[in-house]
Design a protein around this ligand. Structure first.
Ligand SMILES: Nc1ncnc2c1ncn2[C@@H]1O[C@H](COP(=O)(O)OP(=O)(O)O)[C@@H](O)[C@H]1O
Ligand SMILES: [Mg+2]
Length: 596
């Protein structure tokens, strides 16, 4: 069983998740569990529907037999029964549709909510190793696939099986001879459904692949619109490759529809064959008086009842496969570890001393990026970390904020391992200004108060005044109330960085960490921010990662790292005298400044 189900889920090419199917089912069950009652109700509705479906041809039989036998009172009763059964059936099928879609939509809501909550807690490493598009697709497409499977009748497809057996049972009890004739068509139905299901699956897989290619091409062109428009050769190339992919997508879809459109006629032919058989053979039986006319008509009704289930069940195999694949990806996502927060300390007692002790860390197994780094920053000290690109500066900061944990060694805050503090406490104590300011949709003000909602606009303005940065924000059309578009594309880099700055400073943190925060600014803005920083840094511990060495000359201490190791340490003047890596870095920058 396990092996068989294992092969059901059809994952995309190159995808290896290896989630036991049992666990996928368990995850799905967990989501359905709160709605046990509804599912039970749905089951009742579905089974009543099946019962009614099975009864209708029987009622027809009794009506016709009453006509033939001239049974007038019986005719009236059966007509009333017929009408009520049909009405009841309508009621059942509309409640079934409603319950099905309610369940499907509710599951979409629940699964997506749960995934989102998970998303904002998972470890950083999962963001590094994933293609964003694929991750987003799990939260959107895969969830839809699962929900739609419920809406489009996962449950009644399974229930169809019962209808099939019910129909066969009734047919046999009405006429064994005629049943055997009709059943002889079953192999033909199964074979043809199977054939079409396979072709449809292939066609749809192709179609999914092509539409993914089209989407990715469009995405790249939207995000890179400027470059594409500015460089004409690339533009021409993009147009050509897009038309090619778009055409392939068209061809694949036409092919898929060709398969779909040939299913109906083929099935109609088989069905017509069945009906012809019944009329011919049944007619002869009626002629010989071995079958009542009503029974013959009832059989006509039952033929459909077993054609459709066999077809839908075979076809549903496709849906089942993609649903299980989606469920497997969702289950996998939900198994990603969340940030570890086992710390119990609710406050940082000291003045802000940081110590790295023999820290070793790498993003990928066996590839250390930080190799046995140790240093100490005293409370209130201003330390700069410099080094060539890729030497591991940002990684050091990632470790301090616990976006990642070291392989070995430890980082201490006021003498205590940072893992002992609650994450929230640690990150409130250490304010971080990243290399790239990340802005959210909302106003400038909203973007500044990420750490606490209890900061009024007046306080923000006071802080801006104190830091002499107010003019940079007031130059925006609506000042603090200016709406920020996606990622901040409607405001300048300097303004973005000011927002990122204020965001960090507003919670009055004890420790300030800046990762090349001013490197992409113009000299005027950088100088302003530099002065603001000096004001802000009084009485705080500060770690500055700097690209432009001009900005860190006055640091209390400069740590030079290269290839994940500390190679030099000291004051600017001392390091210059050493004529080592720092002196080389400094000279090369000085030279470029001279060139300008
Ligand atoms: N998320 C990541 N996954 C894998 N490797 C990474 C990741 N981030 C950085 N690295 C690698 O780690 C090394 C150090 O990177 P980083 O700390 O960002 O350097 P720096 O900030 O000094 O320029 C580089 O070789 C980089 O390629
Ligand atoms: Mg960096």
């Amino acid at each position: 069983m396990g092996w068989h189900f294992r092969r059901l889920a059809e994952l995309e090419e190159g995808e290896k998740l290896n989630i036991p199917q049992r666990e996928v089912f368990r995850t799905l069950l967990e989501f359905v569990k709160p709605y046990k009652l509804r599912v039970f109700l749905l089951a009742i509705v579905i089974f009543s529907g099946i019962f009614v479906n099975l009864v209708i041809p029987l009622v027809t039989k009794f009506i016709i037999d009453s006509i033939v036998d001239q049974d007038i009172p019986g005719l009236f009763t059966y007509s009333v029964v017929f009408l009520s059964v049909v009405l009841f059936n309508l009621l059942l099928s509309s409640s079934q549709t409603y319950l099905n879609s309610w369940l499907g939509q509710t599951l979409i809501y629940d699964i997506r909510n749960k995934m989102y909550w998970h998303l904002i807690r998972i470890k950083q490493k999962y963001f590094g190793g994933q293609e964003t598009g694929k991750l987003v697709s799990r939260l959107t497409n895969d969830v839809d696939t699962i929900g739609n499977a419920f809406t489009s009748g996962l449950i009644d497809t399974l229930a169809n099986l019962f209808q099939l057996f019910g129909a066969i049972f009734i047919m046999f009890s009405l006429s064994i001879e005629l049943s055997i004739v009709v059943l002889s068509l079953i192999p033909l139905i199964i074979l043809s459904s199977w054939y079409f299901a396979r072709r449809a699956r292939k066609a749809f897989r192709e179609s999914r692949k092509k539409i993914a290619e089209v989407t990715s091409k469009i995405e790249q062109n939207v995000s890179g619109a400027k470059v594409v428009q500015a460089f004409s050769y690339r533009r021409q190339k993009n147009i050509e490759s897009f038309s090619r992919i778009n055409r392939e997508n068209l061809e694949v879809n036409v092919q898929a529809n060709k398969v779909i459109s040939s299913i109906g006629p083929t099935m109609s032919i088989i069905r017509a064959m069945g009906i012809a058989l019944i009329i011919w053979f049944g007619g002869i039986l009626v002629g010989y008086g071995r079958l009542k006319l009503g029974t013959l008509v009832a059989f006509y009704g039952y033929v459909d009842m077993f054609f459709r289930p066999i077809m839908t069940i075979t076809m549903f195999y496709n849906t089942l496969q993609s649903t299980l694949a989606a469920a497997e990806r969702v289950t996998d996502f939900l198994r990603w570890e969340v940030e570890e927060d086992k710390g119990e300390l609710n406050e940082v007692k000291g003045l802000g001393e940081i110590e790295y002790r023999n820290v070793v860390f790498g993003y990928e197994e066996n590839v250390p990026v930080i190799k046995d780094v140790s240093f100490r920053v005293s409370p209130g000290e201003k330390v700069a970390i410099v080094g060539p690109t890729g030497s591991g500066k940002t990684t050091l900061v990632n470790l301090l904020l616990r976006f990642y944990d070291p392989w070995s060694g430890e980082i201490l805050l006021d003498g205590i391992d940072i893992r002992k503090y609650r994450l929230r406490v640690l990150r409130r104590t250490i304010a971080f200004v990243p290399q790239e300011p990340i802005l959210f949709n909302g106003t400038v003000y909203e973007n500044m108060i990420l750490s606490s909602e209890n900061v009024s606009k007046e306080e923000v303005l006071k802080l801006l005044d104190f830091l002499d940065l107010r003019d940079l924000i007031e130059s925006l059309p609506e000042g603090l109330d200016t709406k920020i578009l996606e990622g901040g594309k409607n405001i300048s880099m300097g303004q973005r960085q000011v927002i990122s700055f204020i965001r960090a400073l507003i919670s009055n943190p004890r420790i300030l960490v800046l990762d090349e925060a001013t490197s992409s600014l113009d000299l005027y803005t950088e100088e302003k921010l530099q002065k603001a920083l000096e004001k802000m840094s009084k009485g705080r511990t500060m770690i500055t990662i700097a690209h432009r060495l001009q900005t860190i000359i006055n640091s209390d201490r400069i740590i030079v790292i290269h290839n994940g190791k500390i190679v030099e340490e000291g004051k600017h003047s001392e390091l210059l005298k050493k004529k080592g890596l720092y002196a080389k870095l400094y000279e090369s920058q000085f030279a470029t400044v001279q060139h300008k």
